[in-house]
Design a protein around this ligand. Structure first.
Ligand SMILES: NC(=O)c1ccc[n+]([C@@H]2O[C@H](COP(=O)([O-])OP(=O)(O)OC[C@H]3O[C@@H](n4cnc5c(N)ncnc54)[C@H](OP(=O)(O)O)[C@@H]3O)[C@@H](O)[C@H]2O)c1
Length: 312
């Protein structure tokens, strides 16, 4: 019995994400047949690195030369690009049918509705990875997750593509992308914001940013490793996990004294730490007292922030 053929893949957009996906899919044995971009130079640069891949000036030619077309353009261009593409009347037929897929975590798949209205399948394929645009992305993406929103045969095809990248497929219900993407910031840019808060507070002690980061980054790496090994509740360290009510109270008071929103941020994160400690194998006996101290401080600091906002 002959093997079912693999879908031909095309890319509209040849930026950081497209470079990694197109080269990775090609290395995994998928036919990547067509690339177009805003500038011909970008498309040619990417196509020249892939065997049997053509660079086109017109994105429509990618639709004609591929079964699954990845619209790898900036989010603000997804809707307008989707509107310009034409799918043949038999778009749903053939061994694979035609599909238009975008790679954004936040934008709705519904932006691709013009393609669906012409008979093509539509979907979302969002790698949870920060693409640098360098070739190193190709190896580093292994082990990441790819969040897929699609139905039927397209869902199966996108799942197989995620596995070909050695990634974990993750399924998301329609309409869930904005919340999903907002929440994912906590594992990426908001982790950086937490580090920035520490650097800012340590600066008042005379610590230089470079020294602070040299001290903090290994601790963050260790925390990630422990979370991987033990799960979030049992990886929790610090005064909340130990039941050190006095330390928590003194730190909240100190930060309230600094003004600004330092105590509010610390209080909100401590509230989450209380929740994690309660889920741990050995919640400290003092957890209720700590929760009370955190809520009292939050009342003061959030009221103060609200009063500040109302006089502006
Ligand atoms: N970067 C990430 O870490 C990451 C992670 C997950 C998902 N994503 C998603 O992946 C998508 C692409 O992001 P990216 O980071 O790869 O962006 P990028 O590096 O800025 O690349 C965008 C590409 O799209 C091309 N382009 C722009 N407007 C176009 C248009 N109207 N028609 C055709 N091509 C156009 C650009 O063309 P030229 O090169 O010719 O100027 C460029 O090649 C976005 O939806 C983003 O949310 C990105």
């Amino acid at each position: 019995m002959s093997q079912p053929s693999l879908p031909r893949l095309g890319f509209i957009g040849a930026g950081r994400l497209a470079r990694c996906l197109a080269l990775s899919f090609s290395r995994a044995g998928y036919p990547v047949t067509a690339v177009a971009s805003r500038t011909a130079a970008s498309a040619s640069r990417l196509a020249s690195q892939i065997e049997y891949c053509a660079a086109f000036d017109d994105p429509q030619q990618v639709v004609d030369a591929a079964d699954i077309v990845f619209l790898a353009v900036p989010d603000d261009s997804i809707g307008t690009s989707a509107h310009t593409l034409r799918f043949a009347a038999d778009a749903a037929s053939g061994p694979h049918g035609k599909a238009l897929v975008h790679c954004s975590g936040a934008s709705p798949v519904e932006l691709l509705a013009p393609a669906r209205d012409q008979g093509a399948s539509i979907g979302g394929f969002h790698p949870l990875y920060l693409f640098s645009g360098d070739l190193a992305d190709i190896d580093r993406i292994a082990g990441c997750s790819v969040t897929i929103e699609a139905d039927g045969a397209l869902k199966d095809a996108l799942t197989a593509l995620a596995v070909a990248l050695r990634c974990h497929p993750l399924s998301i219900p329609a309409g869930g992308r904005m919340l999903y993407h907002a929440a994912a910031h906590y594992a990426a840019s908001f982790a950086l914001c937490s580090l920035a808060e520490c650097v800012a507070l340590w600066r008042t002690l005379g610590f230089a940013e470079d020294d602070a980061l040299r001290a903090l980054l290994p601790m963050l790496s260790g925390t990630i490793e422990t979370a991987r090994d033990k799960g979030l509740p049992n990886a929790l360290a610090g005064p909340v996990s130990r039941g050190d009510t006095g330390v928590v109270e003194k730190q909240l008071a100190l930060l309230e004294g600094l003004g600004g929103d330092h105590a509010a941020l610390y209080g909100l994160l401590s509230r989450r730490a209380v929740g994690l400690a309660e889920r741990g194998a050995n919640p400290p006996a003092a957890i209720e007292a700590i929760a009370e101290a955190v809520e009292e401080s939050l009342n003061r600091s959030l009221n103060q922030a609200a009063a500040g906002a109302s006089v502006k």
